[in-house]
Design a binder for this molecule. Structure first.
Ligand code: NOJ
Length: 525
């Protein structure tokens, strides 16, 4: 493991900064808040934090509308706060990954203010302007084009009209954005999670997207069309490779791409000769049905599609998707944790997953998220999975002294960190044990994944290298099962009481339980 880049054996912890810890009583999390909770992260056993955007922003899309790539929004603190946070992160042996949003800026970014000021402004071509719109649709619903009265043209916005898309065909844009990356890299940031990497460059002829034959009534307006011409264009791979080169000027930093594409297309983002993203985010476990068959297929397809030498990665949740405990239920979420922590490669945990946090119901008239407000009632809203982290039993759960920007929710209040720490059977305790095991047993990170099986509603596989061998068993069915196994001992189990139990010939696995068994004396041929 020592020979591996740090990010290859890392477990990354995603922090949605508005909701992690408030330090100044405004009800919104901030950098000093994060800094005050670093010991928690160390105790949990993660290796790196990825912080969703903290740059100056009008917050039309909660920071994904950046008005200055090289600053800190006062809501989150100051640049001094950031520097102190980075120092403390590193001081604890952790790494820091920043969210970076190169596809679009805020409409309040000085570049866009200049660009829209006149047709002959030198920055006009930094954004995408056209005399006529085509049929492209915004991810948040409605046309992706906005008419600008003053200059009589339309500009492209794949998201809100407050988020104009940059023109990545313009070399000046590229240089300016790469300089912003260098700004943070010079400070010592360990890598970036790049927002909507697959959207960064669009068809140069602006062809209309064709209709989507699979569109269902009730879906968002973007789903009416197939995103052939405004996403995943061949030219994007050159850009990603150049971005990677920028990171490599600074040594061992990591480039993670947010990419929602089918597996074969996703794999392209590792790049020619693996010169693309180190980790094109693998969202398969966010999207697949939670049955043994589906999981076996999903994991198997992903692993076999990996280009030679490409490093796998896995994630169960993020700030855009319903939380895992709400998607599949709390009980299964425990076995999902065990599954995640026994898969090969780099893992990402979304804050609160380790407590079993669930989505919080947000009344439509209380929605903050523009995705919900623009297309209400069709399930686009992301507030439910962005609610405050519950730390203790106090009124606002130790998250803030003021009024939290989103409600905490009773179910999440009940699993607060203090309580979870006291209960050895809590989800938190399970995560801690699994993280400890993973750290102690490199074979879980780098070993082969073999012997996948999904019979009788039970997902099974082995993780092995020449010396060590573990069997992972996850009962996703409704009944207890007796599973034949070689001799070994239960190294981790969703049922704490069974850890340490020795097994021989067969093991009983209760419905919804999962375990990792260390095989004794077994070696791979
Ligand atoms: C993806 C981010 O994860 C999401 O939260 C955001 O709204 C869009 N990109 C636009 O930046």
């Amino acid at each position: 493991m020592q020979d591996l880049s740090w990010w290859k054996h890392a477990v990354v912890y995603q922090i949605y900064p508005r909701s992690f810890q408030d330090s100044n009583g405004d009800g919104i999390g901030d950098l000093n808040g994060i800094r005050s909770r670093l010991d928690y992260l160390v105790g949990l056993g993660v290796d790196a934090v990825w912080i969703s955007p903290i740059y100056p922003s009008p917050m039309a899309d909660f920071g994904y509308d950046v008005a200055d790539y090289c600053g800190i929004d006062p809501m989150f603190g100051t640049m001094e706060d950031f520097d102190r946070l980075l120092e403390d992160v590193h001081g604890r042996g952790l790494r820091m990954i920043l969210d970076f949003v190169p596809n679009h800026t805020s409409d309040q970014h000085p570049w866009f203010i200049e660009s829209r000021s006149s047709r002959d402004n030198p920055k006009r071509d930094w954004y995408v302007w056209r005399d006529e719109p085509n049929n492209w649709q915004s991810h948040f619903g409605g046309s992706a084009w906005e008419f600008d009265e003053k200059t009589g043209q339309y500009y492209l916005h794949e998201f809100l009209k407050e988020q104009p898309d940059l023109n990545w065909r313009n070399p000046a844009v590229k240089e300016a954005v790469f300089e912003a990356l260098r700004f943070w890299l010079r400070k010592g940031v360990d890598g970036f999670r790049v927002d909507v990497m697959w959207l960064m460059i669009k068809d140069d002829r602006f062809r209309d997207n064709p209709p989507n034959p699979a569109y269902k009534v009730g879906q968002g307006s973007r789903e009416r069309l197939l995103p052939i011409y405004d996403a995943d264009r061949p030219e994007v791979h050159g850009l990603v490779a150049e971005m990677r080169d920028v990171l490599e000027e600074f040594g061992d930093r990591v480039l993670i791409g947010e990419i929602y594409l089918p597996v074969p297309r996703l794999m392209q983002y590792y790049g020619k000769e693996l010169r693309g993203a180190h980790l094109p985010f693998n969202f398969q476990l966010l999207q697949c049905a939670w049955t043994a068959d589906e999981l076996a297929r999903t994991i198997g397809d992903y692993m076999s599609a990996l280009p030679s030498g490409a490093w796998p990665n896995w994630v169960l949740g993020n700030h855009d998707k319903s939380r895992i405990a709400s998607r599949i239920g709390l009980k299964k979420a425990r076995s999902a944790a065990l599954l995640l922590l026994s898969l090969p490669g780099t893992l990402t945990i979304y804050y609160g997953e380790e407590l079993g946090m669930q989505d919080v119901l947000i009344r439509p008239d209380e929605a903050h998220d523009p995705a919900e407000r623009r297309q209400p009632g069709i399930g686009m809203g992301r507030d439910p999975e962005r609610t405050p982290m519950p730390w203790d039993n106090s009124r606002q759960c130790g998250f803030t002294e003021g009024m939290p920007w989103l409600p905490i929710g009773d179910a999440n209040r009940a699993v607060n960190v203090d309580w979870s720490r006291k209960d050895p059977g809590s989800m938190l305790a399970l995560y801690q044990r699994l993280l400890r095991l993973r750290r102690a047993e490199p074979v879980l990170v780098v070993g082969q994944l073999t012997e996948m099986d999904a019979s009788d509603g039970v997902l099974q596989f082995a993780r092995a290298d020449g010396k060590r061998r573990f069997r992972v068993i996850i009962n996703l069915g409704e009944e207890a099962r007796r599973i034949p196994v070689e001799a070994g001992a239960i190294a981790a189990c969703t049922d704490l009481d069974r850890e340490g139990e020795t097994v021989n010939e067969a093991v009983r696995v209760e419905a919804a339980d999962a375990m990792i068994i260390e095989m004794v004396g077994a070696t791979l041929a």
